[in-house]
Each structure stands twice: as C-alpha cells, then as structure tokens.
Design a protein around this ligand. Structure first.
Ligand code: ADP
Ligand code: ADP
Ligand code: ZN
Length: 216
C-alpha cells in the first residue's frame, strides 16, 4: 500500500492533534502540524517577511493567524520530505488552500465536526506534554498521574493560548477564515465529515473506516 496523504480539518479543539497521532501510527505517515512547528519556532525572526510583528509568538498568543508566507514555507518543506502524511492545522484560509493545491494531491480530506460549547470546554481543559506534545484533558482524557505525560514522563503544561480570551478569538478566526476552506473541499469525492463529538475511540473508529474506504 502506498502511504496515504491525509488532510484533517476542524476547529481548534476538535481533536485534530489527538486523531493525527492515531493516523500517523496506524498508516506509518508523518504528522505535519503547523501549530507544533510554529510553537517550536515562536521567537523566529520573521521581520523580513512583510509581517506586522517580528515573531510568530505575537500572533499566536492572541490567537490570530501567523502570516501565510511563514506558514506556507513550513508546510512546503515538511511535505517535500514526507512519504505520506497527515496534515493538521493547515490550510487555515483560502489563500493557503490554493497554495497547498500547488504542493500536493490529497487522498482523503477529513472534517471533524464539534459544537462551539464543547470546543471551549476542551481547549480550556487541554494539557500538552512539554517534551513530546502528547495531548491530555484534565477531565476528558487525564494522564495516569496528574501533570506527568503517560508516553514519556515529561511535564504537562497549559498552552499560552488556551485561555478563554484567546480561545474565543481563535473560534472567531476559524469561523471567518477556515470555515470557507472546509466548504471549499466539501464537494470533493475524497471529503468525509466525521462526528467529532463522540468519545476519542469512537471518533478514531470512524476515521479509520473512512480512510480505509478512500485508499482501497
Ligand atoms: P485540536 O488539535 O483540533 O486543537 P486536540 O486533539 O488538541 O484538538 O484536542 C483538544 C482537547 O480535547 C485535548 O485536551 C484533548 O485531550 C481533548 N479531546 C480530543 N478528542 C476528544 C474527544 N473525542 N472527546 C473529548 N475530549 C477530546
Ligand atoms: P488549535 O488547533 O488549538 O487552534 P494550533 O496548534 O493548530 O492550535 O495553532 C496554534 C496557533 O498557531 C494558531 O492560533 C495560529 O496563531 C498559529 N497557526 C497554526 N497553523 C497556522 C496556519 N496554517 N496559518 C496561520 N497561523 C497558524
Ligand atoms: Zn510526553
């Protein structure tokens, strides 16, 4: 089987990161995530990229989009080195979607559907591993020992942007910029809507069935 090229779409908190880990493991593909890539380079100097601010951090902490030029370059490089991938966190606007079309074809486009109330609860309770980026939730998906990563023993932290003010802005940015991207893919043959409000295991079962059906 050829390694699939998977795009996973959905609002902040929908479970993209959680399910991308499952996909990467099950299909042996690379998890390409712009959020993690940018967090690892938050203080990078982007002043030569006609940006309003000098670092990604200024955009990210407020929950605004980092300029397209910066993000497009990250994705282009990551995809050119990947043999099969699950792309998470990109494209977030129609300009990025057009850019992606020039970079690669896709085998499956998954769209995780979750209500706004649930997203706020998920994001404000999210904890992430400072070392390996594994995802937890204080209530819905707690680690065995509070504050410690089950996978690697690293410290669990709350992201700077998982506070209520930034969360609400990110959801507004999603509605305005990213919802049109989902609508852009909606009529494609490889587009599949997944009910993201089920348990993580149920969501995963639906995703795996959808991917298997598309790549058969
Ligand atoms: P995204 O990458 O789309 O922003 P995450 O995968 O980081 O979303 O999930 C957001 C939060 O919700 C995390 O705390 C995660 O543990 C939790 N979570 C993920 N999937 C589910 C689910 N199906 N039900 C309840 N909580 C979930
Ligand atoms: P979540 O899924 O919880 O919204 P991510 O980890 O995907 O969070 O992204 C965190 C932040 O990184 C975003 O709020 C934004 O500032 C920046 N970011 C990530 N991906 C992109 C992108 N494709 N375009 C612009 N900014 C991005
Ligand atoms: Zn860890």
């Amino acid at each position: 089987m050829v390694a699939p090229r998977i795009l996973i779409l959905g609002p902040p908190g929908a479970g993209k990161g959680t399910q991308s880990s499952n996909l990467a493991q099950e299909y042996g593909v690379e998890h390409v995530t712009t959020g993690d890539a940018l967090r690892a380079n938050k203080q990078m100097d982007i002043s030569d990229m006609d940006a309003e601010y000098d670092t990604p951090a200024a955009y990210m902490d407020a929950g605004d989009l980092v300029p397209d030029k910066v993000v497009n370059a990250i994705v282009e490089k990551a995809l050119s080195q990947a043999n099969g991938f699950v792309l998470d966190g990109y494209p977030r606007n129609l300009e990025q979607a057009a850019e992606l079309e020039g970079m690669t074809d896709l085998d499956v486009v998954l769209s995780l559907d979750v209500s706004r109330e649930e997203l706020i609860d998920r994001l404000t309770g999210r904890r992430v591993c400072d070392d390996c980026s594994a995802n937890y939730h204080v209530e819905f998906s707690p680690p065995e020992e509070a504050g410690v990563c089950d996978e690697c023993g690293g410290d669990l932290i709350q992201r700077d942007d998982d506070n209520e003010g930034s969360v609400r802005n990110r959801l507004d940015v999603f509605d305005e910029n990213t919802q049109p991207v989902i609508d852009h893919y909606r009529n494609d043959d490889d587009f599949v809507v997944i009910d993201g409000e089920q348990t993580p295991g149920e969501v995963w079962a639906d995703i795996r069935a959808a991917v298997d059906a598309q790549i058969e």
